[in-house]
Design a protein around this ligand. Structure first.
Ligand code: SF4
Length: 509
């Protein structure tokens, strides 16, 4: 894969590529008669690395889109979502971020979709081959993504894919089809190993069996779904998913180890290193970095300084409630706390003038007007892009907040990450009135597993249960919290939609 940082002059292909990118998806209405591209099947074991130019922008944005899917898979696994629920959530995410159409609709973005899938997989391989922990998590989530796609594929697609695997030089498929003579000689054992075949007359004759080393299908062995003989498992074709998934994860694991060994010798492009380490940090944090478009959200909405306290009690996530409470109590926040909170407030629609009023009131009598004007006014205006470099600073994402290093006196950051459990549980009781033992257990279990945004998502579900939010719904469609402003936005939208008149009882203060 060659990474090209130059702008592309040929705009037509770029338009096609953009059409598959995330929320900006604009599916072309053009149809093609026959797909003649390099990706014959949408299912892939990613045996060959991409050998074409990729712009630096696509290199990163495609990988981030894939990372969002993998992060949601991890979140689903931590939440013990049943496979079908997880599949629904992930399929919805994939439609937005990493769509893979089948060959049948004959759409013009087919090649671009598969290219994005191919490249993003390889970029994440480079990012996640670097440690045992990253490799383990990557293999697990990629295997689940493959399983979801395999599950939704038609029989024709599955068969075409399996045929292509068998004929492929690079895919090391270690399955041997059991011939008729051997099958007949093992008839009673094979029938007894599968209750479905044993119950239905004529099923055995129709079944095809594969012989594989038993270590390739440990879950089938554990569930006693296969006949074992001399170290081999006899797997009926109906259990092929297990076989394929095992082959997928084994080969991916080996490929990652190989890449990890080769990595120091690879002539790495210095432009890629920051991108790759950012991606791996995001994955370790359990989520991808997420931008928040405050302009699109706020529209004509105006938030005044006087409204902040009420909004905090009803709609703020715990990180912002914590900063708000600290400011109210101590009339002071340290620099990073002010920055985190100020950008969040900007994101919810607090104008710079209202922000100056809010912070002046927040500091109260602890400082003089003169000191406020000299030391704080500039920084607040700076956050709004009105001073200094005049950059349009964006509200911080969960990934940025969670991965911050804090010193003992700091009170910014994410409480799920940065509070001890001894402090977190009383804080949850005091802030959101969460007292149910099971709810608290679920939240602390996610925290212990280091899936902090999953804990936050559970808090959202609990505190919005009277708005009809059920366990597993997340912010909607099963999506986990990945940005404090999205938490706020969703909470506010639910109130504005007014689906129920009952007030939210979330303020335990
Ligand atoms: S998970 Fe995100 S929104 Fe929730 S408290 Fe942590 S940083 Fe804030």
């Amino acid at each position: 894969m060659v990474v090209d940082s130059q702008p592309h002059l040929d705009t037509q292909p770029r338009r096609d590529m953009n059409s598959i990118n995330g929320a900006a998806s604009k599916r072309s209405a053009l149809e093609v008669d026959n797909y003649t591209g390099i990706y014959k099947n949408r299912l892939s074991f990613y045996q060959a690395a991409p050998m074409f130019d990729v712009s630096l922008e696509d290199f990163e944005s495609w990988a981030i889109d894939r990372l969002k899917i993998l992060a949601e898979i991890e979140a689903s696994q931590v939440r013990n979502r049943p496979f079908n629920d997880m599949k629904d959530v992930i399929q919805r995410q994939c439609k937005k971020l990493l769509n893979l159409s089948s060959n049948s609709p004959k759409i013009s973005t087919l090649e671009a979709e598969r290219k994005k899938d191919h490249v993003s997989h390889y970029v994440l391989r480079l990012a996640f081959c670097r440690s045992e922990e990253l490799r383990r998590r990557f293999v697990k989530t990629e295997t689940m993504l493959f399983r979801i796609r395999f599950d939704e594929a038609s029989s024709a697609e599955k068969n075409a894919f399996l045929q292509s695997m068998k004929s492929s030089q690079s895919t090391r498929v270690d399955w041997e089809e059991v011939d008729d003579m051997e099958k007949e000689s093992l008839r009673p054992f094979l029938i007894n190993s599968s209750p479905i075949i044993a119950l239905k007359p004529g099923e055995f004759e129709k079944e095809t069996y594969f012989k594989v080393k038993w270590t390739q299908v440990p879950e089938l062995v554990e569930r006693r779904r296969v006949y074992l003989k001399q170290g081999y498992a006899y797997v009926p074709i109906r259990e092929q998913t297990s076989l394929i998934l095992n082959t997928f994860s084994t080969q991916l694991q080996q490929a990652l180890e190989f890449t990890a060994k080769a990595l120091p010798r690879l002539d790495e492009d210095s432009r890629l290193l920051p991108v790759l380490s950012h991606l791996s940090m995001s994955f370790l944090a359990g989520l991808s970095s997420e931008a928040f478009d405050s302009t699109a959200f706020n529209g004509d909405r105006k938030v005044t300084a006087d409204m902040v306290d009420m909004l905090a009690k009803l709609h703020f996530p715990m990180c912002m409630r914590n900063l708000h409470n600290n400011l109210q109590t101590n009339h002071h926040l340290k620099h990073h706390g002010r920055l985190q909170y100020s950008l969040f407030l900007k994101g919810i629609g607090l104008s710079v003038d209202e922000a100056l009023v809010f912070w002046r009131k927040g500091f109260g009598a602890s400082i003089s007007d003169d000191k406020f004007n000299k030391e704080y006014r500039y920084n607040i205006r700076h956050n709004y892009g009105l001073e200094g470099s005049r950059k349009a600073y964006q509200p911080r994402s969960c990934q940025a907040i969670i991965t911050q290093q804090l010193s003992a006196q700091d009170n910014h950051g994410c409480p799920f990450k940065h509070f001890s459990l001894d402090n977190l549980v009383p804080a949850l009781r005091a802030t959101y009135n969460i007292t149910d033992h099971n709810d608290l257990n679920e939240i602390t279990s996610a925290v212990k597993a280091q899936h902090f945004h999953v804990a936050c998502t559970r808090v959202f579900e609990i505190t919005h249960a009277n708005k009809g939010v059920r366990k597993g719904d997340g912010l909607g469609n099963g999506e986990s919290v990945n940005h404090p402003n999205k938490y706020f936005q969703r909470s506010l939208e639910m109130t504005e939609q007014g689906s129920q008149s009952e007030p939210m009882a979330i303020d335990g203060a």
